[in-house]
Design a binder for this molecule. Sequence first.
Ligand SMILES: *Cc1c(COP(=O)(O)O)cnc(C)c1O
Length: 428
Amino acid sequence: MMTREKSRQLFAAALQLIPGGVNSPVRAFRAVGGEPFFAERAAGARVWDVDGNAYIDYVGTWGPAILGHAPAPVVEAIQRTAALGTSFGIPNPLEVRMAELIRAAVPSVQKVRMCSSGTEATMSAIRLARGFTGRPKILKFDGCYHGHADSLLVRAGSGALTFGQPDSAGVPASFTEHTLVAPFNDEAAVRALFAANPGTMAGIIVEPVPGNAGLYPPRPGFLEFLREITRETGALLIFDEVMTGFRLALGGAQQIYGLTPDLSCFGKIIGGGLPVGAFGGRAEIMDHLAPLGPVYQAGTLSGNPVAMAAGLATLQELAAANAYARLEALGAQLEAGLRDAARSAGVPVQFNRVGSMFCGYFTSDPVHNLADALRSDRQRFAKYFHGLLDAGVYLAPSQFEAGFISLAHTPADIDATIAAAAGVLRTL
Ligand SMILES: *Cc1c(COP(=O)(O)O)cnc(C)c1O
């Protein structure tokens, strides 16, 4: 039996000092009950807590750790670069190299600007879309998360055809009045919103494969439809690939679905575990940013050399032969094993997977959007989560998060995970 006594003491101390004991809310385990463990170190596919327990990790620091934890080329690049100066606030060669690599991997990106988080990337892309089109309205989808900027913390309100309701205290309704919300995978809802707001739509922002309410893929044709309706109406299509960028393919979801958005947002993987975001797209749009154009955007640590070095080392490893084929094979192995285990245990599970991203929902109905995801039995998930944790497998502590496989996971790790899950599923 695992003990987590040191974690327990640290959490008690943290609760006195940090709101909820954590610096980002999902980490607090509220959705599954119990208390978080504190990490001491991580290497490859494993995380060790301060009590010495090891876990096979499927959170991967919420997406960035696609090479596994502390990969040698990234750690070396960070050390080498930091010794030359940790921040300049002056242009540095690594920023140019990073822009070249992003443009080579993602053809829709002709110019790119670096920032320090995914939240900054989406917030800036939306400001740019509004500045470029001269229009106020943005359409987002229920269950898609684009960071915590005011105007994006919105849920569908009763007046969803006109505007969304703030989803957080501290966000005045007037800040979200230009944000419209539709269910994902729902063409008719999008058409209705465009019809109700003629000539005022600046753009659509979408996670092309939503991974912030669990995981559900786009229905065939849905993303193509978004491309069409934005093109027809002069609105911009913004792909938020903060999670999917460099995760599903080097060119992100837009590569696997063969689509060309106007703007794209990145984060997570391109920082190699350091705080990085980026947004880019057609040069004609990007040139509306200051200092060339009237749309203001800035950052003291944007293009930070240490972060660029970590990101560059990560992208170089990913470009090496076979990375995505290996991730797909590991994903397929996990999917087949978990489906089998759920079937043998007689537990209804919808297992959604795209490449190395996955989510199992405890429901017998297919999950295509947030409303479907909400049908999952969350008490069952909480039991499953804790059962796996005690068996040394760490999933995100919420039903509404995607799991991530890394290149450091081995087929043996996946088999061990399936065996642990089979044991837990039998107890549900
Ligand atoms: C994580 C995430 C963000 C926010 O990125 P942060 O770096 O946490 O600010 C935005 N969009 C998507 C799709 C994400 O997964």
